[in-house]
Design a protein around this ligand. Sequence first.
Ligand SMILES: Cc1cc2nc3c(=O)[nH]c(=O)nc-3n(C[C@H](O)[C@H](O)[C@H](O)COP(=O)(O)O)c2cc1C
Ligand code: SF4
Ligand code: SF4
Length: 452
Amino acid sequence: MADLSVNFAGIKAPNPFWLASAPPTNSGYQITKAYDAGWGGAVWKTLGIPTINVSSRYGATNYRDTRMAGFSNIELISDRPLEDNLREMREVTKRFPDHATIASLMVDTREEWIDIIKQVEDAGAKGIELNFGCPHGMCERGMGSAVGQDPVALKAIVEWVMDAANIPVITKLSPNISHITDPGLAAVEANTDAISLINTVKSIVGIDLDTYAPYPVVDGKGSNGGYCGPAVKPIAMHMLKDLKQHPLIKDTPISGIGGIETWRDVVEFILLGATSVQVCTSAMHYGFGIVREMEAGLIKFMDDKGYSTIYDFAGKALPNITEWKNLNLKYDVKAKINEDKCIGCDLCYIACDDGAHQAIALPTDGSRIPSIIEENCVGCNLCSLVCPVEDCITMQQFDDGTQHETWDELTESDRIPNTWNDDRAGGKGHYVPEPSMAFDTVKKDKSGARTK
Ligand SMILES: Cc1cc2nc3c(=O)[nH]c(=O)nc-3n(C[C@H](O)[C@H](O)[C@H](O)COP(=O)(O)O)c2cc1C
Ligand code: SF4
Ligand code: SF4
């Protein structure tokens, strides 16, 4: 059976499923409960300087019937006394010597960094994570994302930490920056042992329509929050990929964070090069038990594919992610409707006619099944994405696979279209109805019969 154990920059753990520094890791009680449930590691809720929290402090974007598709918080680092956290950390690391109990830290001066590093090392922490991410509160005091957004300051602090620490150091990056490789490179140049990302995305999740205050509301006012949960997973994966493809960063171990909820999410992050993952929102939403599905799913995936350890497939998706200019312009797919599965809801027709390329026709024979007008279809995928029936609309390859030509190659050989009438221009020859034809749209009357 698959071996899930990891050695992440020298931090060993029975599996790659770690809790991210956040409310689920606020106490020794919670981390003990999480390890008992199957988590292989936990990054303790960030320790640092005394803080005061506000109430309320969480908000969410609910998407239709999905609660917390995105989650937001304006919480600061741990407000519990440092000595309580250290006492509990000592107890947890003694009871679980083989788990990755990591201390997340955020302080200001060099002396404060040296002092707190010594204290968490004495408490048995297996590693240190540097929180350069909080996009509210702490950044106003020059910490958190204020450091994550300033590669020069970040590099200086990582250097202080590397001088002082005797255990592995993970630099946790903020996504609130244009090029994640800038702070990533600064961390690597300062010799960080590893990187983790992402922390939360600066955001406003909604406005109260009676008081006009943003959520979460604190006595009639609000502040920007940090966004996380399933909604941020694509942003996190893109940033992970950017770091893992950078020649000077790619060999640094990365712990992937952002919207991870299922075994499939875990596999995707590993395929992009992460060798441990961290979870916050889904543990807050569903509790520690979600790790059981992650573990069973990851083991099944690895057994099915014949992988013994996660290192056998870590980063395997990276060679397939390239720049747009390297994609094959000769690859040609078109939509195909499976008539046996179609329920006649017309969603594909509406989407293609209003939002794409007018390449779907409604039936005129009294049936309910639309048809693809192949010569109009540009293969954009929209209809297959809106179709509510799994695998009802699939994309079929129309080219014979023999031709390969990219924008980069066209540019190199001076063959790119340079006028709108150039026969080589992409949209030339595509069918586009005349504006007046908008009034001719086929409509249904109440009885279901189709009338003009
Ligand atoms: C309520 C809340 C508090 C958080 N507190 C911290 C913190 O103290 N330190 C830290 O590094 N990250 C903190 N985070 C960020 C998480 O560790 C994580 O990076 C982020 O939530 C993305 O992961 P997710 O999508 O699984 O939630 C917090 C997140 C939430 C929702
Ligand atoms: S793939 Fe795009 S263009 Fe083709 S039928 Fe579907 S929505 Fe229309
Ligand atoms: S969206 Fe799917 S199910 Fe609905 S009409 Fe189109 S093909 Fe049929």
